[in-house]
Each structure stands twice: as C-alpha cells, then as structure tokens.
Ligand binder design. Structure first.
Ligand code: C2O
Length: 537
C-alpha cells in the first residue's frame, strides 16, 4: 500500500513495488517472463497480462476465478509465460474486483534482436497510460453499487501516467511533462487503463501516425486525434517540429461516451515541452499553451471513421492470417439489462430493479473456484454448465424498442470449443436500457475485425461486405453503440478464456462469458498441468 495525493486528497492505494502507475515491463518477442507476485495487502489479488496470447500457458493468464484462485495475503504466485509472435505495446493489470484502478503498468515488447520496426526507428519511446482516479475508495463504491443496484459513483479525474493535469482543481503540479527535442521522432506507447471510459486523445499542433494497435503492426495512417477504449493499446509516432525553445503544447484526453449513464466529462492534460540548446535555458512566456481540439463526447461519426482506418499490414512479413473457413458461427447480444429487486429491498435501478449486463441475456455469475482447474480436472459439477446459448434466447429489434421483459438470466455458462475451431462471432449491441458502445476483450487470442455496422446485423446481406484482406487484428474491439461487429478467430489455444466488456462496471454487472477450448491430439496441442504454487480458493 502507498499513500498517494491527487486533487488535494491523500489516499492509501494498492501498488506494485510501491509504484503508481506500476513498473514497466520491457521484453523482446520470444522472451520467457517469470514474474513472482507476492501479496502483502488486505485484498485478494491476481494479475493479468492483457493481450499476451498465453499459448498453452493459460495458468498464467490471471483473471480471478477464471484461470486461478486469487493470491491471498501472505501468499505468492509465479506467473511464467513466453511471448510468442507478438511485439508492440500491451499492459498488465489486476484482474479482480476494481483493483486495476491503481494496479496497472505497461508491457513493452521489442522486436527480436536485430529486427527493425517496419517504420522509422524512433529517437525515444515513451509510454502514455491513461487511468481514472477516484478520491473515495473504489472497492466501496462498486460493492455499494452492486448491493443497491444503482450505478457506481463516477470518477473524479482521468489521468496521464497517474497525473490528472492542470485542468483539474488542485492538480497543476500533478501534470505529466514530456520534454522533446525538435526534429525527432518519438514513439508513444499509448495504453487506455481507465476503468470505465473510452477516450479521445490529441496533442495540439502535432500530427500523429498510428503504426500499431494491440501489439500488431497496422498500415500507418495520420490523424490529429486517436480514439482508444479501455483494454486497447495504440503505438503512435510523433514527429517534433522546429519550434522555438521552450514552446509548450497541451496533450489531452477526454471521454467518448454514448450511454445515458452520467460520466465524468472532464479532460486530463499533459504538457509537451520543447528543449533546444542548453544555452537557451531562459524561461520564456512568449509561447502560450496551445490546446488541442477534441471531438464532443458523443461523436460517433469521428469514432467510426477512426476505427475504419485501422488495417493490418497484411504483407509478406506480417500476413493477416484471417481464418478462411468458419466451423462455428455465433451471434451474441451484448448490453445492459435488469435484475429483479430482491424481496423486502429497495433498489436503485429503473422501476425498483437492479442494473445488470449480459451476453445473450446471460449475466455471468463468478464461480467460487477457478474454472480452469475445474475444467482441467473434469470437475464441472456445481461449478459451470456448458449450455451457453449460441444465439440470443429471443429476437427483437435490437436497436429499436426493447421488449417488455428485460430481466436477464444468471449463470456460470460456458461455450466449449474443440481444438482449432474456426469461430465467427457477431456481437450486437442492444438498446434494452439504452444503446452503448462496449469494448469487448477476448483473452488468449487475437481476432480479426472483419465487419461492423449500425442497426441490426443482417446475416444475409452484411457478410458480403466483410474484409478478409487486411482487417484489424486485435484483442479488444468496440461494439458500436446501436450497431454490431463481426470477428473471426482460430481457437488454437487450449484453456479457459474470458471474454468481457472492458468497461469495468459492465464486467461487474455480468457482461462477460467464457470460451473453453479443449486440448488437441498433438503433443503441442495440450495444456500442461498447473504449476505447483497455483493458489487455492
Ligand atoms: Cu484487460 Cu480480462 O482484461
């Protein structure tokens, strides 16, 4: 634990090695990482290596009660995995309750030794992590929200590398500063680790070139503004110009929000500061801080056009291996819903209900043992069932008026996939409470975003427009508000893989499900036994 002061209020937060944000992990493609996590705090803890494929190392994936029981106070667990076929930026974060609010840090994966980037070698590389800050205790906030059924209190600030920046009260000294030299190329490794908000980001007077998302190179494109959802990572090149020494520019991020829920419509800022020669140290006030222009909070037009620009490199060196044939098709509705209020209780959801969220109307119930263990040792009884619906239980106009009964069902239901199943999954946003964009994250795989659109998905028309040539390959994709997205992935990784909305409040409400991928027959197609120190529940 560590005392940290932000917005003039001191708070005791959970940290890794006393650092907030947490330490940076730097590795190379092909490296094996061995990370011992020792729990010295009151909370149960797990760590997830977000976006790391974990090929046959599912025991190291980290989501609590999915691949492991939590590490309890006084215990430790060694996460042991190899980074295979990935290079770029990912991040690690706690994967239990809302602890990731302060437990997160970047994972920088460099190319193999002697291998260059497919873009100009940067002069310097800088991680930029967005976060979210509450003055109050976030564990109390979410627990209370879940009990009463209402929405949790919104955050008090967004942060850049843990700092809210000078647009918040009592925060001017807590502003991230990036000192740059003119005429150089910087690689910004941008991570959205915020709990509940997608963010727009821009730097005044500067062009940004997107070169990689979710640790996959993309066709470079220029933009003034990026959109990044929680769970996504974006590498951008920043070319500095020939400004006067001490010229300063603001970089800022603020939410893209489509739901009705109130959100913190504030802006986090950092400063880009030019430095030239050491004899030019005289501070000058001649150059005012220039502010970047960001879209308004619900600018879906910008969001859509930005997302469409993201294309795989799809060349000989970095091919886009989109599964050509499909073995199994799934259609999932994702969205908010309601639970009945328990008898003799008053609830704060609409019409005395509790807010919930679901996939195909199933609100996922977290088991109290880890699913991967139950699966591995064939002990499903009383833990999970394999009857997750492959289609929504009832059809309606998903983007129009919701049906009368909007209650969700609850259960620990999983989809079982034979090894190497090629999956096509369409995820459709629903408007039961309201339409809202959902950044869906899949553990254990990258997927290809082959199509997306607004309104109801039309299975006889829409596939004709799918992109199998250079679709974005990633681990987190925004299901558009009032729309759908189609992805493909090859289930070539045996284990138990979580899929959930990376808006933490939606995960808490049940917008999550599990893919159980069976072993294959070959020796390299089986999940090895669990490590001896795997925590017990
Ligand atoms: Cu970044 Cu399951 O999470």
């Amino acid at each position: 634990m560590q005392n940290v002061t932000r917005l003039c209020q001191t708070k005791n937060i959970v940290t890794v090695n006393g650092k907030f944000p947490g330490p940076r992990i730097i590795a190379r493609e092909g490296d094996r990482l061995v990370i011992k996590v020792v729990n010295n705090v009151q909370h149960n803890v797990t760590i997830h290596w977000h976006g790391v494929r974990q090929l046959r190392s599912g025991w190291a994936d980290g989501p609590a009660y999915i691949t492991q029981c939590p590490i309890q106070r006084g215990q430790s667990y060694v996460y042991n995995f190899t980074i295979t076929g990935q290079r770029g930026t990912l991040f690690w974060h706690a994967h239990i309750s809302w602890l990731r609010v302060t437990l997160y840090g970047p994972i920088v994966i460099l190319p193999k030794k002697g291998v260059a980037y497919p873009f100009p070698q940067p002069f310097k590389e800088v991680p930029i992590l967005f976060g979210e800050w509450w003055k109050a205790d976030t564990e109390k906030i979410i627990n209370q929200a879940l009990q009463t059924g209402g929405p949790p209190n919104i955050s008090d600030a967004y942060t850049i590398n843990g700092l809210p920046g000078l647009l918040y009260n009592c925060s001017a000294k807590d502003t991230f500063k990036l000192k740059v030299k003119p005429g150089k190329t910087y690689l910004l490794r941008v991570v959205n680790a915020a709990l509940n908000d997608e963010l727009f980001f821009s730097i005044a007077n500067h062009n940004l070139t997107v070169v990689e998302v979710d640790a996959v190179y993309v066709k470079p494109f220029n933009t003034n503004i990026i959109l990044i959802t929680p769970g996504q990572t974006t590498n951008i090149l920043l070319k500095t110009k020939h400004f006067h020494p001490n010229a300063t520019f603001l970089m800022s991020a603020r939410p893209y929000a489509t739901g009705p829920a109130s959100f913190d419509n504030s802006t986090t800022t950092g400063i880009l500061e030019y430095h030239q020669h050491s004899n030019n140290t005289k501070k000058s006030n001649k150059f005012p801080l220039l502010k970047p222009k960001l879209p308004i909070f619900n600018d879906t037009t910008f969001a859509t056009s930005f997302v469409k620009k993201i294309r795989s490199l799809a060349n000989a060196k970095f091919p886009a291996n989109v599964p050509k044939k499909v073995d199994k098709q799934f259609f999932f509705t994702v969205g908010l819903g309601l639970n009945p209020c328990p008898k003799n209780q008053t609830c704060q959801g609409p019409n005395n209900t509790k807010l919930a969220a679901s996939v195909n109307n199933v609100s996922f119930v977290q088991p109290n043992v880890a699913l991967l263990q139950s699966h591995y040792f064939n002990q499903s009884k009383g833990v999970y069932t394999t009857d997750f619906p492959v289609n929504p239980p009832f059809k309606f106009n998903y983007t129009g008026n919701p049906p009368n009964n909007t209650f969700v069902t609850s259960g620990t239901k999983v989809v079982v996939l034979p090894f190497n199943t090629s999956v096509e999954l369409v995820m459709q946003d629903t408007s039961i409470i309201s339409a809202e964009s959902h950044p869906l994250h899949l553990h254990g795989f990258n997927f290809f975003v082959v199509g997306q659109g607004f309104g109801n998905y039309n299975s006889s028309k829409d596939p004709a427009n799918f992109n199998f040539v250079d679709p974005a390959e990633r681990n987190t994709v925004g299901v558009p508000s009032g729309g759908w997205v189609a992805i493909r992935f090859l289930a070539d990784n045996p284990g138990v893989w979580f899929m959930h909305c990376h808006l933490e409040v939606h995960t808490s409400w049940g917008l999550k499900m599990v893919w159980m991928v069976n072993d294959g027959k070959g020796p390299k197609q089986k999940l090895p036994p669990p490590p001896a120190d795997l925590p017990k529940c």
